[in-house]
Design a protein around this ligand. Structure first.
Ligand SMILES: *Cc1c(COP(=O)(O)O)cnc(C)c1O
Length: 372
């Protein structure tokens, strides 16, 4: 699904040199490399505060801790995402409230959010799924009207733009009260291990969060709140610092590959190519995900694998049907879209190194199965 080897081959010298600096200085935890990456990412995103941490799941958890959410508070999020999003809500003893998604963008449905709000609702967690922002303008309006926090799960959309109705562009992850991202190797900005970060424009919240990631310490050995130990290590920061200047080019390479896939599938009756809600740079294709209709999706997956084409189903089971997150308040009829999507979606290889021959091979095999 991803080709990290070829990508590394192209940036080997810069990455190696950056890692070497960490080895020479032995500043393995915090230190100048982490600080430098943090500052460069703040500048790239045009956000006041980036707080690096150990992984994307921690970033989500810490963001929620920073907002002071309390057990029993209801947090609305999407039924169609990676489990980490709902996992941290449950871990903090908050009450996850899963809602359905839009059939075209796969992102959280605005009316479903409105219908799920109760007096106990405290926050909304939109996930910018597969690299495209949720409808943030509508979500921020609901949040304002109902006095709710918005925590963006930006693990799949770093570097994507969000375009407001008036044409203003901002970076994904800089719109809500706080957001969380992941630097897992396969993400659009990936390190060579685990890493994550929290972004916010709120000075007070940033201060609170900087303490939480460091055992709740604001002054050495004074523990004011219960915190965690969640750090981005300097070797990962060295990798990320070397890769950040390429992020726009990496995302462009993904968009170019998506355009070629789209073109190859444009006349296929059984294939729905990914919907894009705005300008070309609004979708950075963490995944290239088709909907196939009137086709045995699982047989297609098997056929592609037999032809050495990796592919994936993200996600095969809706979260509301996962044992850990069952809740008697849910009705199947509230999840019509997700229940359908889990049967129809298939993600094709998507990374920064896809060439025309590979795309031609992949698309010809998909078409051969569907029409053959
Ligand atoms: C990858 C991912 C996470 C978790 O990130 P980790 O760094 O693996 O902990 C959270 N949410 C979404 C939507 C993700 O894709």
């Amino acid at each position: 699904m991803v080709d990290l080897k070829s990508q590394y081959a192209r940036i080997k010298d810069v990455v190696n040199e950056s890692i070497q600096e960490v080895l020479e200085t032995t500043a393995f935890v915090n230190g100048p490399k982490v600080h430098e990456f943090q500052k460069n990412l703040e500048q790239y995103l045009n956000v006041k505060h980036v707080i690096p941490c150990a992984n994307g799941t921690d970033a989500l958890q810490i963001a929620m801790m920073g907002l002071g959410l309390k057990p029993g508070d209801e947090v609305i999020t999407t039924d169609f995402t990676f489990a980490a999003t709902v996992e941290v809500i449950a871990l903090l003893q908050l009450t996850p409230v899963l809602v359905d998604v839009e059939p075209d963008t796969f992102n959280i449905d605005i009316d479903a959010i409105k219908n799920a709000i109760t007096p106990n609702t405290k926050a909304i967690v939109p996930v910018h799924l597969f690299g495209q922002c949720a409808n943030m303008e509508a979500i921020m309006e609901i949040a304002r009207d109902n006095n709710l926090f918005v925590i963006e799960d930006n693990a799949q959309a770093i570097g994507a733009n969000y375009t407001y109705k008036d044409g203003t562009k901002v970076k994904a992850g800089t719109i809500g009260d706080v957001s969380a991202t992941s630097f897992f190797p396969s993400k659009n900005l990936g390190c060579y291990g685990d890493g994550g970060a929290i972004f916010t424009n709120n000075d007070e919240l940033a201060h609170t969060i900087r303490g939480i990631v460091n055992h709740g310490m604001y002054e050495r050995y004074h523990h004011d709140v219960v915190g965690v130990n969640s750090r981005l290590d300097a070797i990962q920061a060295a990798v990320l610092g070397a890769k950040l200047p390429n992020l726009d080019a990496y995302n462009k390479a993904r968009i170019d590959a998506a355009n070629k896939y789209d073109a190859a599938f444009k006349d296929e009756k059984h294939i729905v190519t990914p919907f894009r809600s705005g300008a070309e740079d609004n979708h950075v294709f963490h995944q290239y995900t088709l909907k196939v209709t009137g086709v045995d999706r699982d047989a297609l997956t098997k056929y592609l694998n037999e032809n050495d084409i990796p592919c994936g189903v993200y996600y095969p089971i809706p979260l509301h049907n996962q044992k850990a997150y069952l809740d008697e308040r849910y009705n199947e009829s509230d999840f019509k879209v997700t229940n359908q999507l889990v049967k129809e979606v298939i993600s094709l290889p998507m990374h920064t190194e896809l060439d025309d021959d590979q795309i031609e091979y992949i698309t010809s095999k998909v078409k051969a199965f569907i029409n053959g």
